[in-house]
Ligand binder design. Structure first.
Ligand code: MRU
Length: 345
């Protein structure tokens, strides 16, 4: 039970670049690539080469460290301006996953605290590396807390990829499943393919089959009838942002939550504290709208006629009233949910 052969994203000390698994190539090809500029990293974030809320948090932090390292500014003021601009561009690359701006702001704070550019560079890199280590540790702790929610012999439905590939390693929802398996439980996973970019089919199935955890991929639309036929014991997903009233996650998640409630099946969310945004409400969150072509085309094949409009929201929100429990690195939260007034972390 391991996840990916190496960290999903890491700072490469020798070259001063960010190394990450290019997730657009999986499962056909496993390739580790690197970003040596903020522009390249932003491109990778927008194309989903690196993706998943916790991994985006680390990418944001490392991106700020990269900007600090690459800056040739002569004065502290120019240096700060350059790094802050890079931070703002990084945070805007994907607006819904709060971890991205959280990671950017965390490393920016170290940069601002430093007395000069040279110490700022060191502090930024240290903080970004620390974040990556903390992310993995948080996932392992989430796994320990959440494993008890999964009964021996369970069939678990998940959506998108909330695994090692979405974090530095181990995973949130898949981390809980991994920890249950490690504890000796027999678990099988139903992975929704997750249209239109197929993170479930391509990434969740890749990760779990590498680990020898039985996984079956289904079309997203098959989930409800499997629940009705008693084939699903519980649902567990990750999250991109948890506001005071809702969980934002990959589009399609809400549908599973409604169906789970209807069929009396527990619906769990696993997310680190960096995903919580308790100062916001559902209505104030920007839902990323992605390119028409992701839906209207498959390779060279046209799926939607030119005359038809396409909507392609990357995420949806699930009211907390549909969530049975939220697994965090600090323990399991249950209804009624009361998050503090500040963003944790
Ligand atoms: O568009 P993606 O692939 O970045 O969306 C990812 C998800 O929706 C995940 O479920 C979420 O980030 C949780 S990852 C632990």
């Amino acid at each position: 039970v391991a996840g990916a052969p190496e960290p999903t994203i890491a700072w490469d000390e020798a070259s001063g670049t960010i190394r990450f698994i290019d997730q657009t190539l999986l499962p056909e090809r496993y390739e580790v690539v690197s970003a040596d500029s903020v522009e390249r990293l932003i491109h990778a974030i927008m194309r989903l080469e690196v993706r998943g809320a916790p991994a985006l948090g680390v990418a944001g932090g490392m991106g700020v460290a990269l900007a600090a390292q690459r800056s040739r500014a002569a004065t502290r003021e120019t240096f700060l301006r350059e790094v802050e601009e890079a931070g703002a561009e990084l945070a805007a690359a994907r607006p819904t996953a709060v971890n991205l701006s959280w990671g950017v702001n965390r490393v920016l704070a170290r940069v601002r605290d430093a007395p000069d550019p040279s110490s700022a560079r060191h502090a930024a890199i240290r903080e970004a590396i620390l974040m990556a280590g903390e992310d993995l540790a948080a996932c392992m702790r989430m796994g320990d807390h959440g494993a008890g929610l999964i009964p021996d012999g369970a069939t678990v439905l998940t959506h998108c990829n909330a695994g090692a590939l979405a974090c530095t390693g181990w995973g949130t929802a898949l981390g809980v499943i991994r920890s249950a398996v490690l504890a000796g439980k027999r678990v099988q996973v139903i992975a929704c393919e997750t249209r239109p970019l197929f993170q479930g089919a391509r990434l969740t199935a890749w990760e779990l089959s590498r680990d020898g955890i039985p996984v079956t991929v289904i079309p997203d639309g098959a989930a409800a009838s499997l629940m009705r036929r008693g084939r699903i014991d519980l649902v567990i997903v990750g999250a991109d942002r948890i506001t005071r009233d809702a969980v934002f996650n990959k589009v399609g998640t809400y549908m599973h939550a409604v169906c789970a409630m209807h069929h009396g099946i527990p619906f769990y969310v696993a997310a680190p504290r960096s995903t919580f945004d308790p100062l916001s409400l559902e209505g104030g969150v920007i839902v990323e709208e992605r390119a028409r072509e992701e839906v209207s085309r498959c390779g060279d094949c046209i799926l939607v006629p030119d005359g038809a409009r396409v909507e392609n929201p990357a995420f949806d929100s699930t009211p907390l009233s549909l969530v049975s429990a939220i697994v965090t690195e600090d323990g399991i939260l249950r209804p009624p949910y009361r998050f503090g007034g500040e963003r944790p972390g």
